[in-house]
Ligand binder design. Structure first.
Ligand code: AMP
Length: 307
């Protein structure tokens, strides 16, 4: 079943307590596409870059089975650029700079071959553009997942709320859930957000795992305690990619299957943070992924008998 991924394909400059990078390849759709490709190969990507973007990385995406027909390359323009600095605990960061560049006048065009996809992953992007993608599709996908961030809540809240009203699953982090709902308690925040449109909400809590809510239930996935965490950039996107990639592979969008999907998503995020940028998500084997998922299973499995 086809999966359409939308989001930024970008340059990032990152500073963490362990080092600093110059411009490296990043972007929400880059991480999502790579992470999802370990579960599902029928992936279309819609995004935009300038002619400064490296062909090598596009070849890597193609080699992972990501179809780039919907990736516009704008002559004489610059790719989206983001830079951020992480605090010492690596759980929070400050955005130092966001240059929209090609994103400023981006008009997404969904290729004919991707107009009837069953799974749509709207990665972090201008909320109105995310909505433009939904309206170009010839049929409503089985599942629409949306990821966003505080940046859009700050400058385009109204547009974001319109987009959120059209989706099935929203993935945001804990501070964004508080900002969106105006509630400190994440349980209350979830109740409010689930009234805005989505039937399911994922709240990502960095090294403290992720919560999955629907109207009646809540489920928790831990984050793996890792020896080396270098760069959390893209962890949320890799999580989203693993989540929707697994759902597209298994074709099952029940809440029970979403519980499994957030474990697969957490496993992909755990790879991403081990190196700077997208490096760790390239060239993993099926065995690497299986072993990592098994580590999650072992981490939380326990026997309790209450009799
Ligand atoms: P994450 O760490 O999962 O939140 O995602 C980080 C990625 O999001 C980086 O690779 C950035 O290029 C991209 N990004 C940062 N700010 C934005 C934004 N305002 N809109 C879209 N993508 C962004």
């Amino acid at each position: 079943m086809s999966l359409l991924v939308v989001g930024t394909v970008a340059f990032d400059a990152i500073e963490t307590p362990f080092g600093k990078t110059d411009k490296i390849v990043g972007g929400a759709a880059s991480y999502i596409g790579l992470a999802a490709s370990y579960f599902h190969r029928d992936i279309h990507l819609v995004s935009v870059v300038g002619d400064d973007f490296p062909q090598d990385f596009m070849n890597t995406l193609k080699a992972q089975g990501v179809n780039l027909t919907g990736l516009q390359i704008k002559k004489g323009e610059k790719s989206f650029f983001w830079s951020g600095k992480y605090h010492n605990d690596l759980n929070s960061r400050d955005t130092l700079e966001t240059q929209l560049n090609v994103l400023e006048h981006f008009n997404p065009i969904v290729p004919e071959s991707a107009k009837n996809v069953d799974f749509l992953m709207l990665g972090n992007l201008v909320p109105a553009v995310q909505r433009q993608v939904i309206t170009q599709l010839t049929k409503r996908p089985k599942l629409i997942v949306l990821d966003t961030m505080n940046f859009w809540m700050d400058i385009a809240m109204e547009e974001l709320l319109k987009t959120i009203a059209m989706i099935d699953v929203l993935t945001i982090n804990d501070s964004e859930a508080r900002q969106l709902s105006g509630e400190y308690s994440l349980v209350k925040a979830a109740q409010k957000i689930l009234k805005m449109g989505p039937k399911v909400l994922v709240i990502k809590k960095g090294e403290h795992g992720a919560l999955l809510f629907n109207k009646d239930e809540v489920f928790f996935a831990p984050a793996l305690p890792l020896e080396e965490v270098y760069d959390p950039t893209g962890a949320g996107d890799s999580f989203a990619g693993g989540f929707i990639g697994y759902l597209a592979k298994t074709k099952d969008i029940s809440f029970e299957n979403m519980k499994r999907a957030i474990i697969f998503g957490s496993a992909m995020a755990s790879f991403t943070v081990e190196k700077f940028g997208t490096e760790r998500l390239i060239g993993l084997s099926a065995e690497d992924v299986d072993n990592r998922v098994q580590e999650f299973v072992d981490l939380v499995q326990f026997d309790i008998s209450l009799i």
